[in-house]
Design a protein around this ligand. Structure first.
Ligand SMILES: Nc1ncnc2c1ncn2[C@@H]1O[C@H](COP(=O)(O)OP(=O)(O)O)[C@@H](O)[C@H]1O
Ligand SMILES: [Mg+2]
Length: 235
């Protein structure tokens, strides 16, 4: 088991948001958490990423407890997190933004290899390596945000709402990139409001409502589930 979240209770300050959330992810899996706005999806990812200290419960990564160790250490253990809220450095170039993603790496040769990998993965970023991030299009910025997360050489990538603010065609492109990363062996936990699309691309999923996991299973089965169809797809 790569990631094991056991009966996690967490929130913001004194406000508890997550109640007994348990999630398990194996190496190489592509798993999603879907749920309505405000359900606690981002809170879940932030807690796994070490940005929120849980109230109780356990988070094991490669069998080792990582809850409460803090964001930097979690990144060092091999978890990268990318979300809309983690803004790029708009006055810095594409290349400089990517280097920021490698801040936990000391090995210069590894940083260079990661840079080559990201540029091969997103040729568009290579073409624009000296362009300021703030002048990139919405889709390019999304690629850069994912690229920056990939720079830390993660084993698990947490992706929060990659489709947010993107036109449908660009959303498709971003989802294709995530697909390709999974094919290349990366494990991904994806959080999305775009339930239909997400249940099509991922293999397995969890439904989060009011801070609790209400359903879990194969994405194809969740997509047919009467409750999911009623609550999320309006049918
Ligand atoms: N920094 C914060 N401080 C206080 N409450 C927060 C904070 N961030 C989110 N919340 C609250 O936590 C709940 C869950 O939010 P969130 O995890 O962002 O949901 P989702 O990502 O599923 O839309 C919401 O009620 C939200 O208002
Ligand atoms: Mg969110």
């Amino acid at each position: 088991m790569l990631l094991e979240v056991k009966q996690l209770n967490a929130g913001h300050g004194f406000l508890q948001i997550l109640w007994d959330v348990s999630i398990q992810i194996d190496v190489g899996e592509y798993v999603c958490i879907v749920g309505p706005n405000g359900a606690g999806k981002s809170t879940t990812l932030k807690t796994i990423a070490g940005l929120i200290k849980p109230i109780s419960g356990q988070i094991l990564f490669k069998g080792e407890p990582i809850d409460g160790i803090g964001g930097h250490k979690v990144t060092r253990k091999g978890i990268a997190f990318t979300s809309e809220e983690m803004n790029l450095f708009t006055n810095m170039s594409v290349q400089e933004n990517l280097l920021m993603g490698a801040y936990i790496l000391d090995d210069k040769a590894l940083i260079k290899r990661r840079m080559t990998y990201v540029y091969e993965f997103f040729p568009r970023l290579a073409e624009r390596r000296s362009q300021l991030a703030g002048t990139m299009s919405g889709g390019e910025r999304k690629m850069l945000a994912i690229g920056r997360a990939l720079m830390s050489d993660p084993d698990l990538l947490l992706v929060d709402e990659p489709s947010f603010g993107l036109a449908p065609q660009l959303t498709t492109t971003v989802f294709e990139s995530l697909d390709k990363l999974v094919q290349e062996g990366l494990t991904i936990l994806l959080v999305e409001q775009n339930v239909t699309k997400t249940l099509t691309v991922t293999r397995r999923g969890y439904v989060l409502e009011n801070g609790r996991i209400t359903l879990k299973g194969k994405s194809s089965e969740l997509a047919c589930d009467p409750h999911v169809r009623k609550v999320f797809l309006g049918v």
